[in-house]
Ligand binder design. Structure first.
Ligand code: ADP
Ligand code: MG
Length: 391
């Protein structure tokens, strides 16, 4: 972007003297509907931060402009941020500046950016890496829920990574603190991550409303997406996707799942339970075997099992030694017919697709990421293909 153009986007400098006196704004790190996030430098210390500059006069999602409403919403975001900050996996708010037209929120900087972009660059995460990231997310969510707060917009775009690749949950713009037993009814969040009870609130009168359980559902969607690269409920037609969500219709049938163990699948199943009262809670999540592999390994001594394990290890070592001389048999016909079933080829195909089409993956919805993984022909194309073959 040209320098002049960038300067035009900066708010009126007189309006927030305090901010500009203390910080020097730099390049844009991200944008939302009514906010721009820029890297900035604290003049006195030279330390880097991220400033979220909220335009109170911006048009909201519903198409209206209401500075008073925006200010109220921002104040609520600030109040929640102040309650949850201080946790290692939640973003720290360093400073706030308020003017008539803009609010400046100065956060700790997350130099490694969004989890969304990290996932796009690596296509899928290993079980081990998923365990590390998801444990941190769930620990952050546990802290948020313990304060009776519901985040309502958990998704890889709102999960940032710090210098050491540790998670920082951010964007508390939709977060809400609940009174004892209070339920919410308004539709907010991002389509692919919405829980069934949130959708039902807006479709059926007399729905009981929703609360913290929606965050666990969203975490289930995130975990599914991290492991295989595409989201669980995706469909080209959004209405079908929303119906799939309400029915909890997803599966572990794509070829990627064949290489993934039972523990993460079990945890995802427990997060993506349609009935919120039956859904796993964050405390139970953190006790799940997926996060407690060590506990599993420390089971009581069993001589027979130990012996069987020793034999297994020896056989494995012999096989690995032999592998050096005998490559894994790969039938050319099989690879031509269904290359996606072969793990190495699948990695190459997905990697190429992301290198060529990765920029198509749009933020804010996370849905067309799934289009890159669509490896079965569309019905209409499939029919055409069959017709051509039979001619
Ligand atoms: P919005 O409510 O408009 O979605 P966010 O708080 O989610 O605003 O910020 C928008 C984007 O700005 C994020 O998705 C991220 O890319 C970037 N961003 C926000 N905060 C930081 C930060 N502390 N460090 C680095 N990038 C950030
Ligand atoms: Mg956001």
């Amino acid at each position: 972007m040209a320098k002049d153009e960038e300067d035009d986007l900066l708010p009126d400098k007189d309006a927030a003297k305090g901010f500009y006196a203390k910080y020097e704004p730099k390049e844009i790190l991200g944008r939302g509907i009514s906010s721009t996030v820029r890297r900035c430098i604290e003049k006195e210390t030279g330390k880097e931060f991220a400033a979220k500059i909220i335009d109170l006069g911006a048009t909201t999602e519903s198409g209206e402009t209401n500075p008073y409403h925006m200010l109220e919403a921002t104040r609520q975001e600030i109040s929640i941020l102040r309650q949850v900050m201080g946790h290692p996996y939640i973003i720290d708010l360093q400073d706030v500046f308020e003017s008539d037209a803009f609010v400046f929120l100065v956060f700790e900087l997350c130099p490694k950016g969004e989890l969304f972009d990290y996932l796009t660059s690596v296509v899928t995460l290993s079980e081990k890496k998923t365990r590390t990231i998801m444990r941190q997310i769930f620990e952050g969510v546990e802290y948020i829920h313990a304060k009776s707060i519901v985040h309502r917009d958990l998704k890889p775009e709102n999960i940032l990574l710090d210098e050491n690749h540790n998670v920082k949950i951010t964007d508390f713009g939709f977060a809400k603190q609940l009174q004892e037993g209070e339920k919410l009814t308004n539709l907010c969040g991002t389509p692919g991550y919405l829980a069934p009870e949130t959708l039902k609130c807006n479709m059926f009168e007399g729905s009981p409303g929703y609360s913290q359980e929606v965050d666990i559902w969203a975490c289930g969607v995130i975990m599914f997406t991290l492991l295989v690269g595409c989201p669980p409920f995706w469909h080209r037609k959004q209405m079908v996707m929303l119906r799939n969500i309400m029915e909890g219709k997803y599966s572990f049938t794509s070829p990627e799942w064949a290489d993934i163990s039972e523990d993460p699948k079990d945890l995802i199943r427990k997060c993506l339970v349609v009935d919120p009262s039956q859904r796993i809670t964050v405390k139970e999540v953190l006790r799940h075997p997926f996060f407690n592999q060590m506990l599993r390994k420390q089971s009581r001594f069993n001589a027979r099992k130990k012996f069987q394990f020793a034999i297994l290890v020896i056989r494995a070592i012999i096989r690995i030694r032999r592998l050096r001389f005998t490559a894994e048999p790969l039938h050319v016909e099989e690879a031509i017919r269904d290359p996606y079933r072969v793990k190495v080829l699948r990695k190459v195909i997905d990697g190429c697709a992301f290198r060529v089409y990765g920029h198509w993956v749009k933020k804010g919805e996370g849905q067309n990421r799934a289009a890159l993984f669509e490896n079965t022909p569309r019905t209409e194309l499939h029919a055409l293909y069959i017709n051509n073959l039979s001619r």
